[in-house]
Design a protein around this ligand. Sequence first.
Ligand code: NAP
Length: 267
Amino acid sequence: MTSIFHNLHNKTILITGANSGIGRSTAFEFARSSPEGLKLVLTARRVDRLDEISRQISAEVGEKVRICVRKLDVSKVEEVSALVEGLDEGFNKDVDVLVNNAAFMSGFERAPDIPLDVIESVWATNVIGVINMTQSVLKGMKKRGKGDIIMIGSNAGRYAYVGGSIYCASEAAVRSFTQSLSKELIATRIRVMTVDPGQVLTEFKDIRHRFDKEKADAVYAGCDPLTPDDVAEIIVFAASRRENVVVADTLLYPSHQASSTDIYRKL
Ligand SMILES: NC(=O)c1ccc[n+]([C@@H]2O[C@H](COP(=O)([O-])OP(=O)(O)OC[C@H]3O[C@@H](n4cnc5c(N)ncnc54)[C@H](OP(=O)(O)O)[C@@H]3O)[C@@H](O)[C@H]2O)c1
């Protein structure tokens, strides 16, 4: 029987933010789903963590999954531009699947008290970084007439909430960019797909709370959030459908959540 993941065989998958949370789980999930042949390009700023993940994946699935680790800050346009051209021989500069996953938020300030450095760095990472990454792989995809661009958005891009204006706006901006992109590419086999999770247990909350452990730990009190593996399974499922199937827009919640703010807590 053919595996439901056979469409992934020998593809080159590029993941941003691959050293933590959803990005890390996605790297493992791709490798586990196509252990007989796959090329993984794992990127983030903390490259030591990527090296460790690369070693762990190789130990688990073997050498047929080839891994290229690259230090990348998606908010730096020159690093994004140099990335694809600088890939190792054999990765062919042909990225088949881009997972636009890197993003963050710091704090809960409301206008007019949102620090300028937060506004600028969130926009540079979550919005401009995603757009630049997409453009950097799209030229090759258009030449080949196919490829997958998977945006990891957030329910925050659909349901804005108090104290989240910059993060929610950044996710909504990517959502609009994605909608235009999928219309612009309608005559190709380039698939544009969005996966929008609700609560997921990752380091995101620690960064959001500026490493105030008590506050970060309280975020999921009485809740049973998604794990990063839950989200990774959906990402890999979407990427492994046959070419004519587009899992275009997925909203993923734990059972106690129905929007950014409709959350049932069992306390
Ligand atoms: N956790 C949630 O509840 C939740 C809910 C909805 C949506 N999401 C979305 O899920 C995605 C992944 O988040 P996560 O929860 O897995 O968070 P996470 O554990 O904090 O992971 C974030 C990843 O992004 C990387 N990153 C951050 N800034 C970067 C930059 N400037 N350049 C390159 N890489 C950068 C981080 O690595 P380095 O710091 O080493 O670069 C890390 O690998 C994000 O798009 C987030 O908006 C998360």
